[in-house]
Design a protein around this ligand. Structure first.
Ligand SMILES: *[C@@H]1O[C@H](CO)[C@@H](O)[C@H](O)[C@H]1NC(C)=O
Length: 198
């Protein structure tokens, strides 16, 4: 197995996933796809930026590091030609851990948001959007959805985008965990593709 190539595959996969998360978070700033009259009408968890910072920006660094592992110049380190590459693989473990923490943050925020439900306009409060649901009760009882009178389809919007963030975040954690194992193997064994050959 070639750990550098494997890391490159992980890096290539992580970039579109990070972009998906950034886009989902941005879309959540527009309840039901519309510009909110007041920022108080936007669900609080959107401002915690789980998708933009956690699964997005924090994930770009590990992705770029993984992509670069294949091309690390490893010649001449303490007379051991694979030592530089091993060090790069070791460094990637730290970046993989950073990525896992970022994605973990996004996953936790998505769970909180899914449980909390969206802010929406209800019949008894027409001035500002509020949280009509408690303890995730709306997830199992669609009758409660009638309490949200606007913006239209806000619950579907909220559920869809935060679910994408949740699932993508879990996949990102899995990929980073793979790279932690791959990085350990690469650190211990060196990159089996051989030094300076590629
Ligand atoms: C769903 O919510 C409605 C409105 O509060 C309530 O009357 C009904 O009993 C609930 N249904 C279930 C299955 O919990």
């Amino acid at each position: 197995m070639c750990s550098g190539n494997f890391a490159k595959c992980l890096g290539i996969t992580l970039i579109p996933l990070a972009i998906i998360c950034i886009l989902c978070n941005i879309l959540l700033f527009f309840p039901s796809g519309k510009v909110a009259d007041n920022s108080d009408d936007i669900t609080d968890e959107v401002f915690y930026l789980g998708g933009i910072l956690g699964s997005g920006v924090l994930m770009i660094f590990p992705a770029l590091v993984f992509l670069g592992l294949k091309n690390n110049d490893c010649c001449g380190c303490c007379g051991n030609e694979s030592c530089g590459k091993r060090f790069a693989m070791f460094g990637s473990i730290i970046f993989a851990a950073l990525g896992a923490v970022g994605a973990g943050y996004s996953v936790i925020m998505s769970c909180v948001a899914l449980n909390h439900g969206p802010k929406c306009f209800t019949t008894d409060n027409s001035v500002n959007a509020t949280y009509p649901f408690m303890d995730g009760d709306y997830l199992s009882n669609r009758t409660l959805w009638d309490q949200c009178v606007g913006p239209s389809n806000i619950i579907t919007w909220h559920l869809t985008l935060f679910s994408i963030l949740l699932i993508t975040g879990i996949v990102q954690i899995g990929l980073c965990a793979f790279q932690i194992i791959n990085g350990l193997i690469g650190t211990i064994c060196g990159d089996c593709c051989g030094c300076c050959a590629d």
